[in-house]
Design a protein around this ligand. Sequence first.
Ligand code: ZN
Length: 162
Amino acid sequence: MQIRTWGDPVLRQPAAPIENIDDTLLKLVDDMLQTMYDAPGVGLAAQQVGVLQQVFVYDIGEGPGVLFNPEIVETSGEWIYEEGCLSVPGLFFPITRAEEVHIRGLDLDGNPVSFEGHELLGRVFLHETDHLHGQLLLDRLDKATHKQAMRALRERAMAQNS
Ligand code: ZN
């Protein structure tokens, strides 16, 4: 699947909750995992492949995971990490987010599950859940860094269009 990048309006739209886990959805999960591994990346939300449904896949090196209708339940602590995004390729920013993240959602069978993510896994949970709400890591930057990032992205877009 093609990964949508900054400027694509789909990245700014909120995803709808999933009501039926059917074969179409399971095929989407397979395709998303394949796309994430090919990229390569540690997480991928449905928006990033142009689908407005609340699902993300992830793998921080501990095996593939998928979560439907994810909801952040609780966070604690602070952790700074040089964060990137497959939809904002080539740019990394030190972003402070929670160190411990408690998330819940539904698994592939539609059963309620919940996970505790520490550091990188927690970061992935927060980053991908943001995507499903139409948010990007750019929204987490301070004003000055945001300005620099916008300039870099616009210059790149102009170079690609000329
Ligand atoms: Zn991302």
